[in-house]
Unconditional design. Structure first.
Length: 454
């Protein structure tokens, strides 16, 4: 096992056993995609486990179930406070391992700790983050500390199925007049970067997230025997539509967040990359020069991505298909809209016989600021936990529960305070998900510093 993180300073755990608490959490298979078969059993069992593991949180914080799978702990301030509350989020459901069992080095729900690493489904996403948050709060309660402003711990049990829990929590608190000074959810991490000219670790804090769309293209044909085709079949028409889309990617557009990211990275990059990053950040027109350097992970930050994920049509080898369809998954660039995407699909497909139906459309979020108190508090907490690691603005390209808050608070940040290398990042939603014990200890330190700095 390679070393996962080389700290510039040692860190001492506030309390021993954080890895054991996470390992125990991992043994409960809170797979939200299997809710129908599993029932609420594992989810209730998980919340019961939290009550055992965190007695002070359950004793001192007000606890409220919102919906079936949402849990909110309200931590009241030490004295009267007019300051806006802070919302700290995590989810306790995980994705299935279906079909990947053979690829795991250890059984995914065993909760094994070996050589300073905790293995299992949810180790990084998102039980690892959750254990660091709750440990920090429990440790501060042990010290008799109370926050200077209200702190809301919002835990959801169906993030991975784009479920309702987090949305319901956000809506409920909004109706009660809660307007957080900032919201922190998963969606960034302490990590190495795939971009050239950069070495070392950075704390990537997500300021915005892309929109998500699923769209169905469909068409009908005349049917008949395949020996007498007249022009394009329904299958041919859909194939042509997908091919046209693949040959005409969405235009490049660099969101403000990505400009901020590259202007920050320029300070740390070797030449000639530092110059390229700086140029791209100050003149977004240069983005196309930057693009070949970014690779797939970077390219999705500067344009709407499109993937044809499903296709169907036809019933027999010698029968002309009477219908055909394809499903596209699109991640909408920040600064664009689902409407604009549909308009562009129509233009590029350029075929009135192809119908476009929206299956799902979630707009991209606005972009949170980096010149405010919330960002400075986050950066200071990063420095306390990961000395020498810079906090860097980042665009989250996957969807998180945090997006539900953007409708009524401008400051939503996405960051799990866990160090993960490229291999570990790739293990999220895949085999051999794992987190180092050192990262857990630092994660607890991050939340503790964040709370103490409020
Ligand atoms: Zn997650």
């Amino acid at each position: 096992m390679q070393s996962l993180w080389s700290p510039s300073a040692d860190i001492t755990p506030a309390r021993s056993g954080i890895e054991d608490r996470l390992a125990e959490m991992i043994t409960i298979p809170t797979i939200s995609a299997h809710r129908a078969e599993l029932g609420v059993g594992p989810f209730e069992q998980f919340l019961d486990l939290l009550a055992q593991q965190y007695p002070l949180i359950h004793q001192h914080l007000e606890r409220e179930r919102i919906g079936e799978l949402g849990m909110v702990f309200t931590w009241s301030p030490a004295g009267p406070s007019a300051a806006a509350p802070v919302v700290l989020m995590a989810h306790f459901d995980v994705v299935p391992v279906a079909g990947q069992e053979d690829e795991w080095t250890v059984p995914p729900f065993e909760g094994r700790i070996a050589d300073g690493v905790v293995w299992g489904r949810g180790a990084l996403d998102d039980k690892g983050s959750l254990v660091t948050l709750l440990d920090a709060v429990e440790n501060l309660l042990t010290d008799g500390w109370a926050p200077p402003r209200e702190v809301l711990l919002c835990l959801g049990g169906d993030e991975e199925t784009h479920g309702r829990a987090a949305r319901l929590i956000a809506d409920t608190l909004k109706d009660r007049g809660v307007r957080p000074s900032f919201v922190l959810d998963e969606g960034g991490a302490v990590t190495t970067l795939p971009f050239p000219g950069l070495s070392g670790w950075f704390a990537m804090i997500g300021l915005a997230e892309k929109g998500v769309m699923a769209v169905r293209l469909s068409t009908t044909g005349a049917g008949g025997h395949a020996s007498a085709p007249s022009g394009l079949t329904a299958v041919g028409r859909i194939a042509r539509a997908v091919a046209r889309l693949n040959h005409n990617p969405f235009r490049l557009r660099m969101p403000r967040t990505v400009r901020q990211l590259f202007s920050r990275l320029a300070d740390y990059a070797d030449q000639p990359y530092a110059g390229i990053y700086r140029a791209a950040a100050s003149a977004p027109a240069v983005t196309s020069r930057l693009l070949p350097l970014l690779g797939a992970e970077g390219e999705v930050m500067v344009r709407t991505s499109l993937a044809a994920t499903m296709i169907s049509g036809g019933s027999a080898a010698n029968v002309l298909p009477s219908e055909a369809s394809a499903v596209l998954n699109l991640r909408v660039n920040v600064g664009e809209s689902c409407d604009q995407v549909i308009t562009r699909l129509r233009t590029v497909i350029d075929d009135p016989e192809v119908t476009i139906d929206i299956i799902e459309a979630d707009e991209p979020t606005p972009e949170s600021a980096v010149d405010n108190a919330a960002w400075r508090q986050l950066a200071a907490a990063v420095a306390a936990a990961y000395p020498g690691v810079e906090a860097v603005p980042y665009l989250t390209t996957a969807a998180t529960d945090g997006r539900h808050w953007h409708r009524f608070t401008p400051n939503v940040y996405r960051f799990s305070p866990l160090a993960m290398d490229a291999e570990q990042r790739a293990s999220i939603h895949a085999a051999d998900e794992r987190v180092s014990v050192d990262a857990l200890v630092r994660g607890e330190r991050f939340y503790r510093a964040l709370l103490l700095g409020l």
